[in-house]
Design a protein around this ligand. Structure first.
Ligand code: NAP
Length: 318
């Protein structure tokens, strides 16, 4: 990890111009290994290409020969390797961008090979269970910084990524008690240079927040598309013919990767089930208001939705 950059990223006294000048020439890491160059991993690699400030050398690791060939063709990494441990031995930062269910097994592979003083980070959409899965393999001389960039699309794989994916999006960091401050600063700097806004919170709080803002909406989208698909053939074709924007928006979310979302649901089981139970109570209350013609309740709920949309737009997150 570059000491010049760590200082630049944590010091307030250097001033924005001096900091910008330092950032222009000093990458956060010497060698960044991205394990899993899919949507998120390849977006980090692309951003690193575009700005040249994340790392001097970029290594992508993938288990599949086809994906490795494609990453080479795209030219988004200096080296493309098959063996995660072999790559990790060359890095001062290893970023795991694999599905949350694969984080533990991949961490078990890379951690024993990592250099003393290197940083392990990951981008998993859930934090408590990913930290639990990685923790047994942690070493005292390797820093671990859990992170979650709250950016994505319904597409996956190396062709899906793009350099501006994280621009103006939140990246949530859930450092542990023992996370060294300089490693945290370096990972913060990396995400700042990806264009993200940063917030720190506990892993448990992260999982509750994401259950409501991300995981429950995906669950609803998969469910409503399933319900439409269960309808009779002629109705289904009408659903597709006349899909108004409401249903269309659900289908976009429902096109997301099944393995990724299976893992997210299972690894955030408790928080997700709690939010689903609350949602079902609220949906029942809405059903009751519709049944009994409670106009005030219906209007109040719709107005709250409009207010949330307005604040998202004001917050540049729409
Ligand atoms: P993706 O496009 O499907 O990429 C996943 C990558 O992981 C691929 O390179 C895949 O390799 C590799 N991989 C899958 N299983 C593996 C295993 N068992 N061992 C080693 N490598 C494996 O997925 P993504 O959307 O980038 O998601 C990656 C991570 O980011 C997940 O943890 C997800 O929770 C998190 N995340 C996703 C989003 C989002 O909206 N998509 C947002 C924020 C964070 P192959 O292609 O060769 O199978």
């Amino acid at each position: 990890m570059s000491s010049t950059l760590s200082e630049a990223s944590v010091s307030d006294s250097s001033g924005p111009e001096a900091r910008a000048a330092a950032e222009a020439v000093t990458p956060v890491f010497e060698t960044l290994v991205v394990v899993g160059p899919g949507l998120i991993g390849s977006s980090v690699l692309r951003r690193a290409q575009q700005k040249g400030t994340l790392a001097r050398t970029l290594i992508a690791v993938d288990v599949s020969p086809e994906v490795r060939a494609r990453v080479e063709e795209l030219g988004i990494a200096d080296r493309v390797m098959a063996d995660a441990a072999e790559a990790a031995a060359l890095a001062d930062c290893v970023m795991l961008c694999v599905p949350v269910g694969a984080m533990g097994p991949v961490a078990a592979q890379v951690l024993p090979a990592m250099r003393p003083g290197a940083v392990l980070t990951e981008v998993g959409s859930t934090k408590v269970s990913v930290i639990e899965a990685i923790s047994p393999f942690l070493r005292p001389d390797v820093a671990y910084v859990p992170a979650h960039p709250m950016a994505g699309t319904e597409y996956s794989g190396p062709d899906a990524g793009f350099a501006t994916l994280f621009e103006d999006r939140w990246c949530l960091l859930t450092p542990l008690d023992g996370t060294p401050p300089e490693a945290l600063s370096a990972v913060r700097a990396l995400w700042e240079r990806c264009g993200a806004r940063l917030r720190e919170m506990t892993p448990a709080h992260h999982d509750r927040v994401c259950a409501i803002v991300s995981h429950l909406p995906h669950l609803l989208a998969f469910t409503i598309c399933g319900t439409a698909d269960d309808l009779a053939d002629e109705t289904r074709s009408e659903v597709l013919d006349f899909a108004a924007s409401g249903f269309r928006d659900f289908t976009r979310i429902a096109a997301s990767d099944p393995i990724m979302w299976r893992d997210v649901f299972l690894s955030n089981r408790e928080a997700l089930l709690e939010m689903l139970a609350r949602f079902m109570e609220d949906a029942q209350a809405m059903a009751r208001a519709i049944r009994w013609g409670d106009e005030d309740y219906i209007v109040d709920r719709i107005q709250r939705g409009r207010a949330i949309r307005k604040s998202l737009i004001e917050n540049r997150q729409a």
